[in-house]
Design a protein around this ligand. Sequence first.
Ligand SMILES: N[C@@H](CCC(=O)N[C@@H](CS)C(=O)NCC(=O)O)C(=O)O
Length: 234
Amino acid sequence: MTNNNQTKEFSDGQIDLVSFSLCPYVQRAIIILDEKEIPHNRTYINLADKPDWFKKISPLGKVPLLQTEQGVLFESAVIGEYLDEVTTGSLHPIDPFEKARHRSWIEFGSTILAAIAGLYSAQDSKAFEDKRAVITSKFEQLEVQLRDTNFFSSDNFQFIDAVYGPIFRYFDTFDLFMSDNFFATTPRVLKYRQNLSIRPSVIQAVPEDYQSRLIDFLLKKDSHLSRIINKKAA
Ligand SMILES: N[C@@H](CCC(=O)N[C@@H](CS)C(=O)NCC(=O)O)C(=O)O
């Protein structure tokens, strides 16, 4: 149902988020759905064996994908913006510059995810160390953007925080196997990580067995990190 303000009241079963249990981009959409209390279904698929129905409706073959009565949306940023726009209130700052600045740092968050993927896929210690340095340096860039607030720039949870929660979650698993402290030089980023780790919407964005699934995924990479995990487990 649409009112004059274009806000929508979603009912159960009206929208479906096609998801993959480990995907940080899917988590962004789930966190926004939860923060905005939007009823929805989730359909989890196996990306290693994509169902034919998914291949038919997914132009890029990627999750997240939002199926709505009006059609399909893809790309996490687009899905998040849509959900934010059609529901009451906005998770973005009101000031146009500040909103744009947040969007810039959302893009930056995606480059951290790329560096994390590079870290867990690195085949040797040299490539691994290179990626470790890239991640640390990105956290140092993020550090100077943060203030003494609970989240990115506010004590209230905002859209951008749905991006950084899933990024920091990787380090809960990395901490089990690595002695590297990725946050040694970035106390504000560390505090931001801690605050996001206890946010209910961030916690519920992954299945309960997320960590064991992630470890299985990391081991299958047959990478430098896989070997570190195997050594620690031996
Ligand atoms: N830019 C996309 C990235 C989404 C993405 O990379 N999803 C991954 C899983 S985390 C995917 O579906 N990959 C397809 C595959 O593995 O075949 C977004 O923001 O939605």
